[in-house]
Design a protein around this ligand. Sequence first.
Ligand SMILES: C[S@@+](CC[C@H](N)C(=O)[O-])C[C@H]1O[C@@H](n2cnc3c(N)ncnc32)[C@H](O)[C@@H]1O
Ligand code: SF4
Length: 348
Amino acid sequence: MPSDRFRGKKLVIAWRVTEACNLSCHFCGYSSIMERTRTYASSDLALEFGQLLREYRRRQGRDVLVSWIGGEPFLWPPLMDVSHHFKHQFKLHVSVSTNGIMPTSQGHRERVIEDFDEMTFSIDGRAEFHDAVRNGSGIYEKVRSTIIRLSELKSKRGIGPLIRVNTILMHDNVHHFERLCRTVAKWGVEELTFNTLGGQDRPEFFPANTLTYEDAVSFQQELPRISKQMASLGLRIHGSRKYLDKITASAMGMKTPIHNCAPCRNFLFIDVNGFLGPCSGLANSGSGISVREIKFPEDLQALSPKFNYDRSKKMPVACGDCPSTEFFGKFADPIENPEAMLQCVSIQ
Ligand SMILES: C[S@@+](CC[C@H](N)C(=O)[O-])C[C@H]1O[C@@H](n2cnc3c(N)ncnc32)[C@H](O)[C@@H]1O
Ligand code: SF4
């Protein structure tokens, strides 16, 4: 089932629930070898806000998808209980992004099947590449086995989350993208998303591993063909033309300032301390609003005009090179008009 089931008109909320991680990926600021804060989100706050989202959903007649991210969300002790509550008591849709290193018992898998609507697993390439950039041997094999077992259990039970893979495009894996897609399609993965390597947190890794302009252009040209082939194998690849243009612009070193992203209308980000904004850039920057201040569904409705007004007074630094992959269409479906993706358009 496609992710449009939960996205599109739905309100999507990405919530960072922990800064802790059990891996030490070379490209990531949450790597266990980095000296940094390792805060965990408050489960009481999550449950309080979940109640409010239930009321918002009921009054607006609008579905809400809450997507846990980290660090590694499976290290957040209340993850399973809070997810259960969100899905079954609050009637929210629940998603999680994970490195796939998680409890492997049958009982845990059963709970996962019951309590999540989507699961996104990170895979960055074939086994040697994945283990090299994620800095440990056997990591690829663990995530492979988790996905296959989950997929089998889903088929057996006839329920369970949509299984998605997210991959980071880098100079040394982008030309193996098609092979990766074929491999994960065989495991039962239904959707694949991609993003490019960000360099802010690990500037030492970035220069040798980021996409070149040639990499980005060749990816943009190949993707429509790959998307069509993968659709025939049951794997939907997401990403809009605007998103591909953003990737190419970044590979050229160009910034993409955005003057009106319709903040907080369809997407919210909440950081680990409970600050909310239209994207991670604003939630973390001091422009974020504490979730504790959002007491009624009307307060959620008021966020968009508030952030618009604030921006009219002073454009936030983050908007000078918008970091929101959601805004550019990471989850859009390119299959419907693949030819259009080949035309080059300039970004706003
Ligand atoms: C921060 S991780 C958190 C979830 C989980 N620990 C994981 O690895 O999937 C969320 C996503 O960001 C991606 N990511 C991490 N560092 C990145 C970077 N420097 N550039 C682009 N994507 C990155 C990961 O691959 C993952 O798909
Ligand atoms: S990408 Fe995920 S698994 Fe890797 S260090 Fe970052 S948070 Fe941890």
